[in-house]
Design a protein around this ligand. Structure first.
Ligand code: PAF
Length: 289
């Protein structure tokens, strides 16, 4: 397994590989890999084939964190990540540095960002205003540096996946965006590097996210015409979340799965997402109803 830190080395490898190898699949990550990431790597291998190459990027991207968010405390464990990548048969791990990705922002040397303006302002974008500008910018840069044929993202970050799809299509980037299913703990909590922040009591209450999503699906499917007013289902679900004293709801949203437009009436096939705080830890999840 190759470890590449320099941008030019990565790009040279990618250009050579385009000439000589089969397909290249990229799995962009912020490290602290867990079984969810492993499933993305396996999906990437399946898409690239045995003759193809799998690249995992490990980069905690500063531009997608707000000023009061967890950039400096975000969990990092490179030795463990490299072992996992090696075990999973990854061909290249790309680990750029902040100074190479965003050279001296104070001297305004770095001044180019990618902004998706329609899907980004809602939900996560409302709670984390600069987040998606950072995500689209870094994903675009990673695409330019690794030149993949396809890239695999997790369905847990539903809005992120929709935005990356939109960006790739709008900017005619020749990368196939693959969305792989959410991997869950035994009690249904969606796997996330941020789960490591939860203390014992918070962890025990955290399945409230999947329980609320599942309850919503049950309500919709058992309602007359399999549809219900958004305000009505919202108040039932909010009451459910209030039963967990450590859970503080950020938002519950019901929306069209493609346009992400909010819905007045929720029906079978609508999408639901929610974000819940446990202390400072913010967890997200989503479901097709
Ligand atoms: O989902 C993530 O881990 C990050 O947002 C991504 C896509 C790697 C960009 O930094």
């Amino acid at each position: 397994m190759k470890q590449i830190r320099h941008l030019k080395t990565m790009q040279r490898w990618a250009l050579d590989s385009k000439r000589t190898s089969g397909k290249v699949a990229l799995v962009p990550t912020m490290g602290c890999l867990h079984e969810g990431h492993v499933s993305l790597i396996k999906r990437a291998r399946k898409s690239a084939g045995t003759a193809g190459k799998v690249i995992v990027s490990i980069y905690v991207n500063p531009t997608q964190f707000g000023a009061n968010e967890d950039f400096s405390s975000y969990p990092r464990d490179l030795t463990r990540d490299l072992n996992i990548c090696d075990r999973e048969g990854v061909d290249v791990v790309f680990m750029p540095s902040d100074t190479s990705m965003y050279p001296d922002t104070t001297e305004k040397e770095y001044s180019t960002y990618v902004i998706e303006s329609s899907l980004s302002p809602k939900m996560e974008g409302k709670s984390r205003p600069a987040h998606f500008k950072g995500v689209t910018t870094v994903v675009c840069k990673l695409f330019m540096l690794t030149l993949p044929d396809m890239a695999v993202f997790g369905a847990k970050d539903y809005q992120q996946a929709a935005i990356i799809r939109r960006m790739t299509s709008n900017l005619n980037i020749p990368v196939k965006v693959i969305i792989a299913p959410t991997i869950r703990e035994k009690d249904g909590l969606a796997m996330s590097s941020r789960n490591a922040y939860l203390n014992k009591e918070e962890r025990s209450q955290s399945p409230i996210l999947i329980q609320t999503l599942t309850e919503a699906k049950g309500i919709v499917r058992s309602s007359p015409d399999q549809s219900i007013q958004t305000t009505k289902i919202q108040s039932i679900l909010k009451a459910r979340i209030r039963t967990k004293k450590l859970a503080k709801l950020d938002y519950i949203a019901f929306f069209d799965p493609v346009t992400l437009q909010p819905l007045d009436k929720v029906c079978k096939g609508s999408h639901m997402a929610l974000a819940v705080y446990f202390g400072k830890t913010r967890l997200i999840d989503n479901i097709r109803l």
